[in-house]
Design a protein around this ligand. Structure first.
Ligand SMILES: [Zn+2]
Length: 421
């Protein structure tokens, strides 16, 4: 068996910090929206690093970048890893970027050790994962996996009316390679947890079993506007009072289920939003998530009946529409086990975990055996300039990634200088 070296903690950290300079924000984070000039700079830097590491780079029509390290048998499908380089407007230095640069660090480490693999290894940068600019999210991997059409993704518009396709061309990343339609042997994505569990437990590696399902709703509560001074309390149809009771009741529903779903009312609009008018209508959103689809459906039904009861009590009209529904994702058991095994081999603490967020890996799970590796991030803070992670945890995640990739890609015709035992 090939002896697998450790990745270079310092090199990985330095690469992350160099990448973080592109779009650095005063608050210590990164603002690098998809397909802006800053995204181009980040892509250019990645491509330069990948080519320096001997990779062949190809870019597909949706702008996904694939950096390929040849395998001993080039007829075999690649084992892929990667994530995204775009960020939220006030994002952090690690969300997505870690997954890309951990993949690059794996390639660099294999090169240094002279280890060849049978399957090629490809490090991918997915286009527009965050959805902050074009409002879709995981655009590149959705197109690659056929979950959404390439043309639909290219036609997405940002708030200024610019299309994703035109912006891709403008920054020079509208490639020629076809989108998807190729065999992929397996996909692994390394990512910061974006939640507090690993850090709180002092666990280094999360073997991600899958991602939560998500159902989102838009709720409109209709009452009647009235004068705040003249309408007696017992004759009011106050839409905001109804909405407030609903927000509280929705929160309580989460606590009644174990394991606990997460339910969030994050946006609320009041009509007419005047200090001396009784609110006539309120619109608010509900975001509900749980790893088990059946539980999520039960929660959805309970949320609806609870809101209906409150509306009836207060003589309000209620319209509750589902705006999106994403089923939960289960990662491939062998890939999850490979992550656990690698962590154990490396002497890292490891626990099973579900992803609360969506990731490109969730799309890839539809077309190939897929796994994810989580590492802790400080206080679980993400999508925030304060996002932080420890160099040693990031290196541990990269080491696990190295092991699972080599295992899947198969140690092959070792090049001269390869160390084997
Ligand atoms: Zn991410």
């Amino acid at each position: 068996m090939t002896r697998i070296p450790r990745t270079d903690e310092r090199r990985l950290w330095d690469s992350l910090m160099e990448m973080a300079r592109i779009g650095a924000t005063p608050g210590g984070g990164v603002g690098r929206l998809a397909l802006t000039d800053l995204d181009r700079e980040a892509r250019d830097l990645f491509v330069r690093w990948a080519e320096d590491a001997g990779c062949t780079v190809r870019i597909d029509r949706i702008g996904n970048i694939f950096a390929r390290r040849s395998g001993g048998d080039e007829s075999l499908p690649p084992v892929m890893t990667g994530s995204h380089l775009d960020t939220q407007p006030l994002g952090g230095r690690f969300d997505g970027i870690f997954g890309v640069l951990a993949g690059l660090e794996v390639v660099r480490t294999l090169n240094d050790a002279g280890i060849a693999t049978r399957h090629p290894i490809e490090v991918v940068v997915w286009t527009d994962e965050e959805g902050a600019r074009f409002r879709a999210g995981t655009a590149g991997s959705s197109a690659f996996t056929g979950l959404r059409s390439v043309d639909d993704m290219l036609a997405l518009r940002d708030p200024d009316g610019k299309t994703l396709g035109a912006e891709l061309a403008r920054i020079g990343y509208a490639g020629n390679a076809p989108v998807g339609g190729m065999a992929v042997a397996a996909f692994f994505e390394a990512h910061i947890e974006q939640g507090p569990i690993l850090e709180a437990e002092g666990t280094t590696i999360g073997a991600v079993q899958g991602a939560q399902g998500q159902r989102c709703f838009l709720v409109t509560v209709e009452g009647e506007e009235g004068h705040a001074g003249t309408m007696p309390m017992d004759r009011r149809r106050d839409a905001l009072l109804g909405a407030a009771r609903m927000v509280d009741a929705l929160n309580a529903i989460a606590f009644r289920h174990r394991p606990m779903p997460v339910i969030t009312v994050g946006s609320l609009r009041v009509r007419p939003d005047s200090p001396n008018t009784i609110p006539g209508a309120v619109t608010f959103t509900i975001d509900s998530r749980h790893p088990d689809d059946a539980t999520l459906d039960r929660v959805g039904a309970e949320m609806r009946s609870t809101c209906e009861d409150i509306a009836r009590d207060l003589d309000l009209a209620l319209v509750m529409t589902e705006t999106s529904h994403r089923a939960s994702v289960s990662f491939d058991p062998d890939c999850v086990e490979a992550v656990r095994r690698a962590a154990a081999r490396l002497g890292h603490t490891c626990r099973d975990i579900y992803s609360g967020a969506g990731h490109d890996a969730c799309n890839m799970a539809h077309i190939t055996p897929t796994g994810m590796i989580f590492v802790p991030c400080e206080k679980g803070i993400s999508h925030n300039e304060k996002e932080n992670a420890r160099p040693e945890d990031l290196a541990a995640g990269a080491d696990v990634l190295l092991h699972v990739l080599v295992e899947r890609a198969g140690a092959g015709a070792a090049s001269p200088g390869a160390s084997t035992v």
